[in-house]
Design a protein around this ligand. Sequence first.
Ligand code: ASP
Ligand code: MG
Length: 478
Amino acid sequence: MALIVMKFGGTSVGAAERIRESAAIVRNYAEQHQIVVVVSALAGITDIILKAVHAAKSGAQVETEACLADLEARHLEAIGKLLSSPSKEEIAAEVGTLHKQLRDFCSALMMLRSATPQVLDVALPMGEQISARIFAAYLKQIGAHGEFIDSGRVLVTDDKFGNASPDMVATRQRSREVLWPLLKQGAIPVVTGYNGASKSGLPTTLGRGGSDYSATILGAALGSGEVWIWTDVDGVLTADPRTCHKAKTLAEITFAEAIELAYYGAKVIHPKAIRPAMELGIPVWIKNSFRPEVAGTKIVAHVAGNYSPVKAITAVKQAALVGLTTQRDVHFAEIFGRLFLRLGHDQTDVLFSTQSSSENSLGLVLREADTEHVIQIIQHVFRTELKHHVLAPPSVQRDIATIVVLGESMRGQWGVLARLFSAVARLNVSVIAVAQGATELNICFAVPSARADEVVRAVHQEFFEHQHQESIEAAVTA
Ligand code: ASP
Ligand code: MG
């Protein structure tokens, strides 16, 4: 029997009714497959925990209490609606203990008034500790053998608290020791998403939204046949449907395309989650738990279908362009190299950059939220060059959007840029900066934010709403 790791995101376990439907999906597939379930917290719970913790830290007792009460009510309601005696009382007691731990944790913060990432990693995965217990108990109730597993027992990480990375060798060993015997007995392990433990056993988390990553890490560690990410959309779309109502679901995309899409903000899968599956060539499906009959999108190494050279269009709507120009005869690569090194240390993402030697200038397109920080870095790193006018003061252009057009089959094709920018030109939109990735996987360009939606729609129309329509539709129905 093939092994599938199935991850259910927050909305797929949002409340009693959603857990009921997701568990039914698991039970159906469990007849033919071995299944390991990975669950997120109930939708919004991690945010509430974070809010409670911050309120406690700043001494806001009333707000802390309101958050804790809200959280307890959501969990108790789900338990009350889903489970029957005696499991209802059992799980309510276990969950009650976790709620009490969170209360004690918040009381401690009220006194300490501070919390390091290491301390936060004790509290943040409590939503998963609870949802996985409820999910496993409900599976038992409907006749499937769910077994709660704390991921801290199987997923070994480094000790970068709040944003830990897996130790794959140790995780492989642990997960096999713990999960294989259960699978052999016909059990369905229900593993908490998002968390792990360092080698010395300290609780860690994989970063917000990290349950997808948990699923692909475990899929790779166990050598599963596939990983299925159950979410609340039909799969990966050609564009954001809120901007472009003609966006279509793609039957397949490649790992490389999925990484690009996730990097530029399409919220289908966590950007880090692709790698573990990609390294072993394990297909990852994005599926809709609200419409399990829809096939979804398959993420694979090579796609079989025949697609438009452009696979998808995405936009980062809040961005800024920071320009840096050298004014004297200095080697700009040395100057700019120092900047990139520093950005790397800080793990600050650059959406795209442009550099042309004749002007000795560098353009960095950044997320708006990172812009102030990068300007400070520039002012600090180049304080001497700025003082002696080797560099001109950095320029900043705000309110721009980055549009990303991507697709692996653009590689080696001609005419894509011409079609793309003709479509943009017809809108009388001026392009502020452009870069085509050297792998020819993506084309990034910046336009004024106010025009971003129109541009996305025009580009979508150019590549998806004419002659290529049939091949896409064929792919969707395949
Ligand atoms: N519950 C965690 C979060 O909201 C992890 C996840 O849902 O993937 O960040
Ligand atoms: Mg979540």
